[in-house]
Design a protein around this ligand. Sequence first.
Ligand code: FAD
Length: 466
Amino acid sequence: MSERKHVIILGGGITGLAAAFYVQKHAKETGQPLTFTLLEGSDRLGGKIDTITEDGFVLERGPDSYLARKTVMTDLVKDVGLGDELVSNETGQAYILHNMRLHPIPEGAVMGIPTKIMPFAFTPLFSVAGKARAGFDLFLPKRTDTQSDVSVGHFFRRRLGDQVVDRLIEPLLSGIYAGRIDRLSLQSTFPQFAETEKKYRSLILGMKKSQPKLEKTPVTKKKKGAFLTLKSGLSSFIEALSKALPEDSIKTGIKVKDVESMDDGTYSVIMEDGSTLKGDHVIVTTPYAVTKRLFDESLFPAGFHDTKPTSVATVAMSFNEDEVNFSLDGTGFVIAKSEKTSITACTWTSRKWPHTTPKGKVVLRCYVGRAEDQDIVHEPDEVILKKVLDDLKKIMGVDAQPEFYHVSRMIDSMPQYEVGHIEYVKKLRDSFAENLPGVALAGAPYDGVGLPDCVNSAKKAVESLL
Ligand code: FAD
């Protein structure tokens, strides 16, 4: 009979909880004697995931859904018994704000790359010169060095020109990364576009060819949305995930201060209150700045995550339907950086996710805070609300006060994946494997910021250690 091993998991966001789940699963499936303890610094689980449920509303402070095609998350949702709770978004037109006007995103644009000629040719979003410049993509040769990482901005500017990047691609991407497109790593965020260029040379032709052929959907059948969430909010998933784990293995309100390696190959985790916990393995899912403080600095490659994560805030507001004098025939809009607005995006939540809102009400959720200017995030709630309402009045003509609102600040919450990210992550993991072989790093700072990416990262960390 082999000796019982203990795994300590640092951080109780989605990555930490998923890691705990996979440790438990591994123990059950292999019969390996394993126990674990998850240590969360705050008094609640979920990290960035935080749902408010009140009076029939389901409002998310942080993430609101995930990409359905990344099935690892759906598998986990089903594993914890919530498969029936999954709901996809209502589809509809999304818009871009440019010159203070909402323009429909041209039909057939995949992450901003045109795959249909007519909608692109007729959109007033770009000038004739901008459209012509995008057409260069059809003739330009591919990059000579397709292996090295470049910024997303550099890559798309070369192929499609500045206008398409600044007015379409950048606003679409900044919703996901809240970063600077001219520093964002192509390889670690959208490697598929580098592959498309490598294979087809032209992005437009390549995307056209590689798009799955749409089956003719019967008129009566609704097109399915690309995102999924849970009817009672993402926190219901966190709750189910933690209930699937032994209660005494999860400890909240315990801040970790240090991790030391012992002579016998085990690790000692030291808490802020001075207590310690010994383990054979440690899975670290804390934000990068915290993780760096827990270990010797020499383990971390210089330059990695030197740019601070961006701070953002979301403002969810409920209005009476008859006071919002605007046809919400779509899912929301994102905003080109050149616009002088405080908000960076607005989701028409009650339209995109009808289950979140009681009848007769309209919920709008706006984002504030961009990589270049995050001061607004630190303003008082009323000041942020006023700026948001001023913008909504100018953009949508909404001239009503919300019945209630929630401002949610997420400080230093969006890790910046800059050029060379994948190389840095490899260096970091090699350095840990050599010096602290029982420690694995997982979560949003490394393998993708999306919720499914975090689940996958947790799964890989467990596989690598056990
Ligand atoms: P976290 O959730 O940050 O968890 C880390 C945990 O570590 C926290 O609970 C923290 O309290 C704990 N901790 C910190 N220090 C210590 C310590 N010293 N000791 C112990 N514990 C500690 N992704 C999507 O897929 N879809 C979306 O719609 C989406 N929208 C987003 C909207 C916003 C506003 C933000 C900020 C992110 C969004 N994301 C979205 C990204 C996604 O939410 C995150 O990448 C993901 O939740 C990160 O999970 P994590 O477990 O890696 O980290």
